[in-house]
Design a protein around this ligand. Structure first.
Ligand code: PLP
Length: 430
């Protein structure tokens, strides 16, 4: 495969941008080599500067549920841009996006738009702390909530202990109120509340984790979070930046029938443009400025282009029930991969839900938390990634990520992917 132009661009990029990328995982450090520079996308495909074509299984890390350049989204962007790119004043389209969110996400009665998932999460936590008058945050190991300082932590050695900073530049005092516990471990949650209950403002969780690969909540886990937080006058925050409009129209909360106090959204609600949102019960959201005393603002918040693309995306999702079809195709692909792996004697576990999935190379039977994820075979993943890439399949370049199908991944594409998997697993075996 020719990658000369990408190579040249990456060398140039490294002169001007740290690591040559504007977000670290794009640099392919986990898989080696250098990334292709993408020129354009169409449906389920992306094309690089060297003219190579790939089936896109990372979907811009989740936003592109309709695939690249869906006609309605492109048209919405074109007609919005002709009217102006930003006003810093109220517009009808932002009301439409917020109204649609309130109509579709069960626990949201009011919503505030921001510019990224990170901003949504940090604003939600400020709000939770103000609403409860408490300080501590409980988060789960392996869940990612953006790059805000208090959440850049990894677990300490014991359950429900304080934690270790996972980035330089984060002062110790900033993470001292963050408690990190293992995902799917209700007893650790209970322990954290036994220890710090009076001072826990909120528990934040990815209701289906997408940032240690796809990891599903075990039966009763989300319900127990709901009950424990309620009993202790803490708030439950669902970070649905990935799962919102991905697991179902109403997100993971609709599918699992557990309803948080605050929900964070991003990705899909901007149709591929930069956006985020946090919303929840009216009495909580009424604390946000200018109604209440929790300050939060943004020059480009509710940007008309982002809102137009978001509304166009959500309208397609509302009009056509594409969720069942995407889930069926995801199952078909994952089942076929499992069969092929079995036939070649290669041990894998695939976690899947809706149009999200991750292949874990592991001897274990289940992958339910960060500890089991981190024991997976990194070398096998790297080999799998590069063999897939050679076959024109672009999976996320890290074993800790989720692959996504879009509505544009039709049966033909899935069948061709399955045929390629025969070759890929044969290569893995040798
Ligand atoms: N929350 C979750 C669950 C995410 O997956 C991400 C990003 O991938 C974020 C928050 C941060 O969003 P952003 O990258 O838009 O700041």
């Amino acid at each position: 495969m020719n990658k000369d132009i990408s190579k040249e661009l990456f060398e140039k990029a490294q002169r001007y941008i740290p690591g040559g990328v504007n977000s670290p995982v794009r640099a392919w450090n986990a898989v080696g080599g250098y990334p292709p520079f993408i020129k354009r996308g169409e449906g389920a495909y992306i094309y690089d500067e060297d003219g190579n074509c790939f089936v896109d299984y990372f979907s811009s890390w989740g936003p592109l549920i309709l695939g690249h350049c869906h006609r309605d989204v492109v048209q919405a962007a074109m007609s919005a841009i002709e009217k102006g790119t930003s006003f810093g004043a109220p517009t009808e389209i932002e009301v439409k996006l917020c109204e649609t969110i309130v109509r579709t996400v069960p626990s949201i009665e009011m919503v505030r738009l921001v510019n990224s998932g990170t901003e949504a999460v940090m604003s939600a936590i400020r709000l939770a702390r103000a609403f409860t008058g408490k300080k501590k945050i409980v988060k789960f190991e392996g869940c990612y909530h953006g790059h805000w300082d208090p959440l850049l932590v990894k677990a300490g050695s014991g359950l429900a202990t304080a934690n270790i900073r996972s980035s330089a530049g984060v002062p110790e005092e900033i993470v001292k109120d963050t408690v990190v516990i293992p995902y799917n471990c209700t007893s650790a949650v209970q322990q954290a509340f036994d220890r710090y209950g009076d001072d826990i403002a909120c528990v934040i969780v990815e209701p289906v984790a997408g940032n240690m690969g796809t990891v599903l909540p075990v039966d009763g886990f989300l319900q127990s979070l709901r009950e424990i937080t309620k009993d202790n006058n803490s708030l439950l925050i669902f970070d649905e930046v990935i799962t919102g409009y991905r697991i179902s129209l109403g997100g993971a909360q609709e599918r699992f029938k557990v309803f948080p106090d605050i929900t964070c959204l991003g990705k899909i609600i901007g149709g591929g443009l930069p956006v985020g949102a946090y919303g929840g019960r009216r009495e909580i959201m009424e604390k946000v400025s200018p109604l209440g005393d929790v300050y939060q603002a943004g020059t480009l918040s509710g940007n008309p282009l982002a809102c137009a693309c978001g509304v166009a995306t959500l309208e397609v999702l509302l009009r056509n029930n594409i969720y069942d079809e995407m889930e069926e195709r995801t199952k078909k692909l994952c089942n076929a991969i499992e069969e092929i792996a079995l036939s070649k004697g290669i041990k894998i576990v695939i976690n899947k839900i809706a149009s999200m999935f991750t292949i874990f190379f592991t001897e274990g039977k289940r992958v339910e938390n960060y500890e089991t994820v981190s024991k997976c075979n990194g070398e096998m993943f790297r080999k799998f990634f590069s063999l897939s890439f050679e076959q024109g399949l672009y999976f996320p370049p890290s074993p800790y990520e989720t692959s996504f199908l879009s509505a544009a991944h039709n049966d033909d594409i899935i069948d061709k992917t399955i045929s390629s998997m025969e070759k890929i697993f044969k290569g893995l075996k040798s």
